[in-house]
Design a protein around this ligand. Structure first.
Ligand SMILES: Cc1cc2nc3c(=O)[nH]c(=O)nc-3n(C[C@H](O)[C@H](O)[C@H](O)COP(=O)(O)OP(=O)(O)OC[C@H]3O[C@@H](n4cnc5c(N)ncnc54)[C@H](O)[C@@H]3O)c2cc1C
Length: 196
């Protein structure tokens, strides 16, 4: 079986594009297979496009903060820091407030507010809410723009050796770092198409 790439990635969503970019930057050749006619045709293109650091796990908070920093410096991401405001009911307030304090310790601009203070940001009836949190660095991005930019960077890093092939079913491939042989079956039935 011919060796066609160091790494095979199935799916040209934002995750596949991120993997293709990082692996290509490290000098690996990548083949990226996508069954649709264009990248970002799955969840990526249908998402609400929100990005936020307000999570309860520190690892998620750090990952999100690093992502937002990258988006901030990337015109194609069209990052808009419009902020996320959470009104939190009494039963969830203790855990939510604890998470907000952890986010603050990580250096993030998360505010802990009384419900009445939060109404100055987004008016709401505050009955039943124990508190609110707001982070002005949270916001939204352009998932299509990010995916296409990372695919372009992947191709540039490997002198256009990243390929996207339209197909109906994954085909057998050989991989250098992994199990030699194919976990897949079936033959390609679509036409080849370059993503991005
Ligand atoms: C309604 C909605 C709202 C969301 N809102 C947000 C949000 O606000 N913020 C946020 O961070 N996340 C949000 N998400 C989640 C986010 O969209 C996903 O986590 C993210 O897009 C996943 O990216 P992905 O690349 O893993 O998957 P996808 O974007 O789904 O990409 C997978 C790709 O694989 C392709 N594929 C699948 N099977 C095969 C195959 N056998 N052969 C070839 N290609 C194949 C698909 O066609 C697709 O292009 C939302 C999701 C939805 C559905």
């Amino acid at each position: 079986m011919a060796h066609i790439a160091d790494v095979l990635i199935v799916g040209a969503g934002i995750v596949g594009a991120a993997c293709a970019r990082r692996l290509s930057e490290r000098g690996l050749s990548v083949v990226l297979l996508e069954r649709e006619a264009m990248p970002a045709a799955g969840s990526t293109g249908r998402s609400a496009a929100g990005v936020r650091v307000q999570f309860s796990e520190a690892l998620n908070v750090r990952l999100s903060a690093a992502s937002i920093e990258e988006y901030r410096a990337m015109p194609q991401a069209a990052y808009r820091p419009i902020g996320y405001l959470f009104y939190v009911p009494h039963g969830q307030w203790a855990a939510h407030r604890e998470a907000a304090i952890m986010q603050q310790r990580l250096g993030l601009p998360v505010q802990v507010l009384e419900p009445a203070e939060a109404t100055r940001i987004v008016p709401a009836k505050t009955t039943g809410f124990a508190g609110a949190t707001f982070c002005g660095a949270d916001g939204c991005v352009d998932p299509h723009g990010i995916t296409l930019a990372w695919l372009a960077q992947a191709r540039a890093a490997r002198a256009a050796k990243v390929r996207s092939e339209r197909h109906a079913a994954p085909r057998p491939v050989a991989v250098r770092h992994g199990v030699r042989g194919s976990p897949f079956s079936g033959r390609p039935t679509g036409s080849a198409a370059r993503a991005g």
